[in-house]
Structure formats: structure tokens, C-alpha cells
Design a protein around this ligand. Structure first.
Ligand code: UD1
Length: 377
């Protein structure tokens, strides 16, 4: 009955990796269950993929579906098509565990649910109530398919109840992403090391106003030439106040090239870098004066670090980062972004506090509940 003790853990894209690392470690250390790892291959560049496995000590995946990029339908369908025969071979699986909200998450949850394999969703119940965001559709569907739902903030319970999900399936266990942050913060890379290959690094290292970190990758911000142009012009204006370090996501890089926008941010005060590894990004964020981003996870990481975050989106599915943390959600409007950055300059920004159960022990709580679930089913 070895297989009946197997939890098949799924990862596909960059934000999944920091979530799965503590879960696999906790399952192995405390439950006696076998944690098997499947990578869909949604992200495949070394910078988006392998360097995270190495830095976070994630075991090499037992299976790699190598799906790569594609439209939403193609990518989701390809994961499903390649995943289905594997589930058939894994008779008696205890559960499939998915994290977050990427296309790989919903694809594997759907296949497992239809095969009658229990689905566990970590980071359930987050809602932006914005269905133009592909992740929102992935979240709603994954939660409907899940038997066990682990939430990072209490507001998620209300969202799930509204969608008819039984409370007995919902568990408030905290934030596994913050487990990873707390574990790795002492090893975070120093700023001078991150910038050692950059010619004009003194712009940042000697800046009396500190520096900002920028990340951009949401289709709603980068795929639209008008919005991207406005955002990059805003960034250029902010860079006159303080230098900006900008690790560029591959999607954003290709949009900047396609629209010939390189000139908008061609400044010594905007340092463009390839996508960074986890320890570099953590080192960069932890010492920043402000982080500007449209990411989901960065809103949480900055709240845990106590660093001001300006979210370049119209809404957030992580309201606790605004209510208790350091986050302000301003969208992409030039005046609003400038006003938010100016306010941080004047006031120092929100100091915030670290939310309940973002204490480095979320994965241990999750592992305990999974163990009970497997014993019961
Ligand atoms: C995906 C997730 C998003 C997450 C983000 C983090 C979905 C719907 N979106 O968005 O929620 O915040 O990952 O990065 O699942 N590309 C590369 N190399 C790679 C991967 C992608 O060059 O290793 C390029 C390709 O041109 C690809 C594009 O990036 O078409 C977008 O990749 P994709 O996985 O479709 O979505 P992301 O924008 O990365």
C-alpha cells in the first residue's frame, strides 16, 4: 500500500517554488507520507526555474511534463493531457497537492478531481473579484475542485463560504511563502554582491535616498502598449528621486522590445537585471526604501519584511497586506503612483505588522492536517 501514502505535489511556475519547498520538507519530516514532486514545465528558463530549486533545496522533480509556454487554453490543455496518464499509473494516490493560482494549478486539480483523487489546495480562497485576471479564474475553479483548502488569511473563509464551500474543508494555517522567507532571510544576498557585475552600481550603492525595486509582469500592465508606456514613463520620473533596480520578467522584456520602449527606461538610474534568484530578490527587497510591483507574492513578502509596497494593480486578492501590512494598491495611473511614492518619502510609508500565523510554521500545520486527512480517508 506504499502508493496510498503518496502526496503528489505539483509545481509549474516561479511563484509555486517558494510555496512548495517548506511543504515538502514538512511532509517528509513529520508525517511519514511520501511526497512526490511533479513539475509541469510551465516555467523552464534557468532564471525562472532551476535556480530556485537549487537555492531553496527543493528536490529534483520525480516527473517533468515539459509543457512550456502557450496560450492559456493550449498550456492548460497540454498539462492536463500529459498529467492524466501519470495519475492512471499512480493507483491509490492519497492526494494531489496544488499551490497558488497558475495555469498548472487548475489543470492538475481538474485532472485529479475527475479521477477521484482528493485535491489539496494551498493558498486557497484569495479573491480579487476581477475575472479579467487569469489567476482569478484559476483560483475559483481550483477551490471548487478541492477537498482540503488551506488559507493564508481569515478573509478567505468568507470568500469560500460565498461560493458554497463547506467550512469543514477550510483550514487557516498561515502563509507558507513566509515560512520560506523567514528560513532564508539570514542567507539573503548582500546588495553589493547582487550588483557586482553592474558598471554603474555606485548610483545605487552611494544613493543617499536609498533605492526602489520594481517588478512588472501582469498581462494587464505589460501586454497593452498604452499602459506599459505610461508605467515606464512614471518609473523614469520616480528614478529622478531614487535609483530603481528592475529585474525584468521574460514576458515584460519581450513586450518592451516589441513596442520599442527600451529608450523610455534607458537611464543610469534604472538598473535592469535578468530575473533574479530567490536569495538575491530577498536581499534586494529587504533593504529597499520602496518596492513597486504588480506581483501577488511580493505584496506578502514586503508586508513580512516591513518594507513599503506600492502595488501597480487596481485590486488585490490579498487584502490583509493593505489592512495590516505595508501595502498600498494604486493601479497604473501616473498621478496615483507618484503620489504614493511621494507619501512614502515624506512619512516613511506604512509600518504595518506581520499578520496572524505568518510565523514560519504554516507548512508544519498543513502537514499535520494532511496526515489526519490521509488517515481518515
Ligand atoms: C505565470 C502565471 C502568473 C505568475 C507568473 C510568475 C498563469 C496564468 N500565470 O505568468 O500567475 O504570477 O507566472 O512569473 O499561470 N517565458 C519565458 N521563460 C519561462 C517562462 C515564460 O521566456 O521560463 C515567457 C514566454 O514568452 C511566455 C511568457 O513568458 O509566453 C509568459 O509565460 P506564462 O507561463 O504563460 O505566464 P507568466 O506571465 O510567466
Amino acid at each position: 500500500m506504499k502508493n496510498s501514502k503518496t502526496i503528489l505535489c505539483i509545481v509549474g511556475a516561479r511563484p509555486n517554488f517558494m510555496k512548495i519547498a517548506p511543504i515538502i520538507a514538512a511532509l517528509k519530516a513529520t508525517t511519514g507520507l511520501h511526497a512526490k514532486l511533479l513539475h509541469t514545465g510551465q516555467h523552464y528558463d534557468v532564471a525562472m526555474n532551476l535556480q530556485f530549486f537549487e537555492q531553496l533545496g527543493i528536490p529534483t522533480p520525480d516527473v517533468d511534463l515539459e509543457v512550456g509556454s502557450g496560450s492559456h487554453a493550449v498550456q492548460t490543455a497540454e498539462v492536463m493531457r500529459r498529467f492524466e496518464p501519470l495519475i492512471d499509473d499512480e493507483k491509490g494516490l492519497a492526494a494531489v497537492l496544488v499551490v497558488g493560482d497558475v495555469n498548472s494549478t487548475v489543470a492538475c486539480a481538474l485532472v485529479a478531481a475527475k479521477k477521484g483523487v482528493p485535491v489539496i489546495h494551498v493558498e486557497a480562497g484569495l479573491r480579487s473579484y476581477d475575472r479579467t485576471m487569469p489567476e482569478e479564474i484559476n483560483r475559483v475553479l481550483t477551490d471548487q475542485l478541492s477537498d482540503l483548502l488551506f488559507i493564508t488569511e481569515r478573509s478567505a473563509t468568507d470568500n469560500l463560504k460565498r461560493e458554497g464551500i463547506d467550512c469543514s474543508r477550510i483550514h487557516f494555517t498561515g502563509n507558507v511563502m513566509i515560512d520560506t522567507l523567514m528560513r532564508n532571510l539570514p542567507q539573503a544576498t548582500a546588495l553589493d554582491k547582487i550588483l557586482e557585475k553592474i558598471d554603474n552600481r555606485s548610483t545605487v550603492l552611494e544613493s543617499e535616498t536609498g533605492y526602489a525595486v520594481l517588478t512588472l509582469h501582469r498581462p494587464s500592465n505589460v501586454d497593452d502598449p498604452v499602459i506599459l508606456e505610461s508605467l515606464l514613463n512614471t518609473v523614469a520620473e520616480i528614478s529622478k528621486k531614487l535609483p530603481i533596480i528592475f529585474p525584468v520578467h521574460p514576458r515584460t522584456l519581450s513586450c518592451i522590445k516589441e513596442f520599442s520602449y527600451d529608450n523610455l527606461i534607458n537611464s543610469k538610474r534604472i538598473i535592469q537585471l535578468p530575473p533574479l534568484g530567490y536569495l538575491d530578490m530577498l536581499g534586494l527587497m529587504s533593504k529597499a526604501r520602496v518596492v513597486l510591483s504588480d506581483s501577488g507574492g511580493i505584496q506578502e513578502e514586503t508586508t513580512a519584511l516591513g518594507v513599503p509596497c506600492v502595488t501597480l494593480r487596481e485590486n488585490t486578492e490579498r487584502p490583509i497586506t493593505v489592512e495590516e501590512g505595508t501595502n498600498v494598491v494604486v493601479g497604473s495611473d501616473h498621478d496615483k503612483v507618484i503620489a504614493a511614492v511621494n507619501d512614502i518619502f515624506v512619512t516613511g510609508g506604512k509600518t504595518g505588522r506581520v499578520p496572524e500565523y505568518w510565523d514560519g510554521k504554516a507548512a508544519l500545520r498543513i502537514a499535520e492536517i494532511i496526515k489526519e486527512f490521509v488517515e481518515r480517508t
